[in-house]
Write a protein that binds this ligand. Structure first.
Ligand code: S3P
Ligand code: PEP
Length: 430
């Protein structure tokens, strides 16, 4: 599918979709429990992969709108009858790999072309070091994976600079081992707020895990049970970043964009509020009401370290192409290991719209204000965040922008184009 965006202005009230990261964890945690209900869940292609996994492990997952009732597998998972398809979802593959490691039998995990090219090696090594079996069928550290054989607890070393999801996965699984798991990081942790999200979610399910001097630790023999049997998912700040960016860059003069569902949580991506402010936009955040209000401004460049917030890179790059002056995105090498290499993807696609971009291994600089953005045929590269970020650029470009692969927004923000159109954006899909 293609999305066509014509220059347009936005205003009005919209609602943030529920957090993808919390939804994945809440559903798998419900799987580890005897039963739990996840309310206000994100129902998207990625979170459906986690629901399928819980079912494959012997749980039952029933969905009524955004309420998910889970009868869990209660501790260690059963051996699945079939392979588990994690589709495009890195979070599912990592969280489910550690869970599969607990099983008596073997689980086979696969995914789409993108997911089968992403790194799993450090997590496979960790599961093996903890006496499980974890192999890449192609012996290249990538899926398809074969995992199982009753991983035990213990101490394990793992790098922190490839994916924080390995640590989240081991913490979730470690709670139901006998001995627990102590994780020692061998390199600096990137995407650290996502481990905070895991700790916060675990606490909500009555499971204790902590940060230590050299990593993280979870005691074994714990059981999962959310207070009152229910967990309520907060709004997603990665998704909110596109809505805020739209309001800041393409808001109607004298009007504002209001985003509901923005309640504070451990999400590092709430940094987008300050980033947009630094670029010159006026943003008010009523944290009690969970409401953000943004109005249009002449944006200027900024410098952002995305070590903690990799998913914001496409949004910041698009804003940088709209702003005057240089926007420097630093500490971004790990953003190359996502659904696509997002550093190169944004550099190349924004260049098609006449943006001036300098790409280095660990830094992306967008030289804003040198020429106006022009509408172009661009490629979303099968990556939801590239599609959504290019849409923001398309709102202010001169002429029509056509984005290939627009259907991929179903990974994290299925009603993205409907939400944009309701705010007044001139967008259509065909
Ligand atoms: O744990 C999570 O929910 C996520 C962690 C981050 O990945 P990395 O830890 O691989 O950087 C982030 O990019 C991804 O979208 C979601
Ligand atoms: C990288 C992402 O997700 P995942 O790692 O789950 O595929 C994302 O949503 O940007």
């Amino acid at each position: 599918m293609h999305a066509t965006i014509s220059p347009s202005r936005v205003k009005g009230t919209t609602r943030a979709p529920p957090s993808k990261s919390y939804t994945h964890r809440a559903i798998l945690a419900a799987g580890y429990s005897d039963s739990a209900t996840v309310k206000n869940a994100l129902v998207s292609a990625d979170t459906k992969a986690t629901m399928r996994s819980v079912g494959a492990f012997g749980g039952s997952v029933e969905r009524d709108g955004q309420t998910i009732d889970v009868e869990g597998f209660d501790g260690r998972p059963d051996t699945p009858d079939n392979v588990i398809d994690c589709a495009n979802s890195g979070t599912t593959m990592r969280l489910v790999t550690a869970c599969a490691g607990l099983g008596e039998g073997l689980t086979v995990l696969t995914g789409d072309d993108s997911l089968r090219s992403r790194p799993q090696g450090p997590l496979l090594d960790a599961v093996s070091d903890l006496d499980g079996r974890a192999e890449s069928t192609r012996r290249n550290g990538q899926a398809p994976l074969v995992v199982g054989d009753g991983m035990r607890g213990g101490t394990v070393e793992i790098p922190g600079d490839v994916s924080s999801q390995y640590i989240s996965a081991l913490l979730m699984a470690g709670a139901v081992t006998d001995e627990g798991i102590d994780i020692e990081l061998t390199t600096e942790l990137k995407s650290a707020p996502y481990v905070e999200i895991t700790l916060e979610l675990l606490a909500e399910y009555g499971v204790e895990a902590t940060m230590t001097d050299d990593g993280f630790s979870v005691e074994g023999g714990q059981s999962y049970h959310p207070t009152g049997g229910e967990y309520d998912v907060p709004g997603d700040f990665s998704s909110i970043s596109y809505l805020l960016a739209a309001g800041a860059a393409a808001g109607e003069d004298g009007e504002s964009v209001v985003v509901e569902g923005a309640r504070p949580s451990a999400q590092g991506d709430s940094a987008i509020v300050d980033i947009v402010r630094d670029m010159g936009a006026d943003v008010a955040w009523d944290e009690d009401a969970g409401e953000l209000t943004v109005s249009v401004a002449d944006l200027s460049g900024t410098t952002v370290d995305v070590g903690d917030t990799p998913d914001l890179l496409p949004t910041i790059a698009a804003l940088g192409a709209i702003a005057d002056g240089d926007t420097v995105i630093e500490n971004c090498e790990h953003v190359r290991f996502k659904e696509t290499d997002r550093v190169t993807a944004m550099a190349e696609e924004l260049s098609k719209m006449d943006a001036h971009v300098t790409e280095e291994r660990d830094r992306l600089t967008i030289h804003g204000g040198q020429t106006d953005l022009v509408g172009a045929d661009v490629d979303g590269r099968g990556d939801h965040r590239i599609v959504m970020a290019l849409t923001i650029a398309g709102l202010v470009a001169d002429g029509e922008t056509t984005i290939a692969g627009s259907e991929h927004v179903d990974v994290s923000f299925p009603n993205f184009f409907e939400s944009m159109a309701a705010l007044g954006a001139d967008v259509s899909e065909n």
